[in-house]
Design a protein around this ligand. Structure first.
Ligand SMILES: Nc1ncnc2c1ncn2[C@@H]1O[C@H](COP(=O)(O)OP(=O)(O)O)[C@@H](O)[C@H]1O
Ligand SMILES: [Mg+2]
Length: 345
């Protein structure tokens, strides 16, 4: 747990962070967002004492950070920045092992930790461990940067616009992968970004800053549905409702196949894999809707119950459908999602 209490930071007479209070719970992924210059990086660097506070208190795991020795403090925190600065003359393996070596881990242990991390990031060790940074793509290098920060198994991860330099596709891939890894590792993460979409996708809580102050700290859902003032609303942008959809899953809005709904008779109680349903009719609409036009050319996609509703909406619109069937992770038809259902969420 990280607790910041009435923290202030002045550079000379210039205020950078003002009356900043925030608690980041154990295992929480808290995104700090806000316009450039609002104090995000300064706040992050005060947590690991790369920058000293002017006043106020910061506690980590219940202890004031000034009570801890700097090396003890840094040991409990991994730090990731945008241009990750992998050592160019070291291989991937050597780069990841930097921190374990500082900790004087025994060689075998450091190596197996590095292998484990490469696996975790879907980078087969045999292919990647002996490569040099110049042989990696931007996305791969950034993965190694995050892996290196995790190498010493810190409880806390401080990340400053870590995916900021990547193209949108690599960025989305890394976000997805990072979410999966976080759901396994449950680190306490403070993640700085100026990208609202990134924050909405990743955060369990968002702290929005303006001129050194926290304006609103809330779950993404609450921030999107109840922006505290005009600044929050403007910062979040005009697509609030679409952004909210990206937080929700198809399974949250779909109608299950069982139940008394007559329009659902086609699939009701059926235990037939999705693919069989389609081969029978050639048209997924036919299985979920007696009103569906039969003989359509485009069979349309089947939605995965775990995908987000923003994607589902895009597919409904793209295929001009009022409804699409939903399958579970085993590929079985579970129900359907109607365009109308999205109006109510
Ligand atoms: N070392 C420094 N010396 C003087 N002013 C600084 C220093 N670092 C940051 N600042 C100022 O503090 C404010 C916050 O900066 P920063 O935390 O880097 O913002 P952000 O990360 O949100 O873009 C800015 O006005 C910036 O110019
Ligand atoms: Mg910054």
């Amino acid at each position: 747990m990280i607790e910041l209490q009435q923290v202030n930071k002045f550079f000379g007479d210039t205020p950078a962070v003002l009356d900043f209070s925030l608690v980041v719970e154990e295992g929480e992924l808290c995104c700090l967002i806000g316009p450039s210059g609002c104090g995000k990086t300064t706040t992050l660097k005060m947590i690991n004492r790369m920058i000293e506070t002017t006043s106020g208190s910061i506690r980590v795991g219940g202890r004031g950070i000034t009570e801890l020795k700097p090396h003890e403090l840094r040991r409990s925190m991994g730090y990731v920045i945008q241009s990750i600065g992998l050592f160019p003359h070291m291989t991937v393996m050597e780069n990841i092992c930097v921190v374990p070596r500082l900790f004087k881990w025994e060689r075998g242990r450091a190596k197996s930790r590095a292998m484990e991390l490469l696996e975790l990031f879907d980078m087969p060790p045999d292919r990647f461990k002996d490569k040099y940074p110049r042989e990696l793509s931007g996305g791969q290098a950034q993965r190694i940067g995050v892996a290196r920060a995790l190498a010493g198994d810190p409880d806390i991860l401080l990340m400053d616009e870590p995916f900021g330099a990547l193209d949108p596709i690599s960025r989305a891939n890394l976000q997805r992968q990072f979410l999966r890894i976080q759901s396994e590792l449950h680190k306490t993460v403070v993640f700085v970004t100026h990208d609202v979409d990134e924050a909405v996708r990743l955060a369990s809580r968002i702290g929005l800053m303006q001129d050194g102050r926290i304006v609103q700290a809330d779950s993404p859902e609450r921030m999107l549905s109840l922006p505290r003032n005009d600044f929050v609303e403007r910062f979040i942008g005009s697509e609030r409702s679409l952004k909210r959809l990206s937080r929700l899953r198809v399974q949250d809005a779909m109608r299950a196949a069982s139940g008394s709904d007559s329009s659902f008779r086609g699939v009701e109680g059926s235990d037939v894999p999705a693919s069989d349903c389609f081969s029978a009719s050639g048209n997924p609409n036919a299985i979920s809707s007696p009103h569906g036009k039969s003989g359509e050319e485009d069979p349309g996609p089947v939605l995965d119950s775990g995908s987000d509703l923003r994607l589902a909406l895009a597919l409904l619109l793209q295929h001009g459908r009022q409804r699409l069937p939903v399958r579970d992770e085993n590929g079985r038809i579970q129900g359907e999602l109607r365009l109308l259902d999205l109006l109510g969420v």
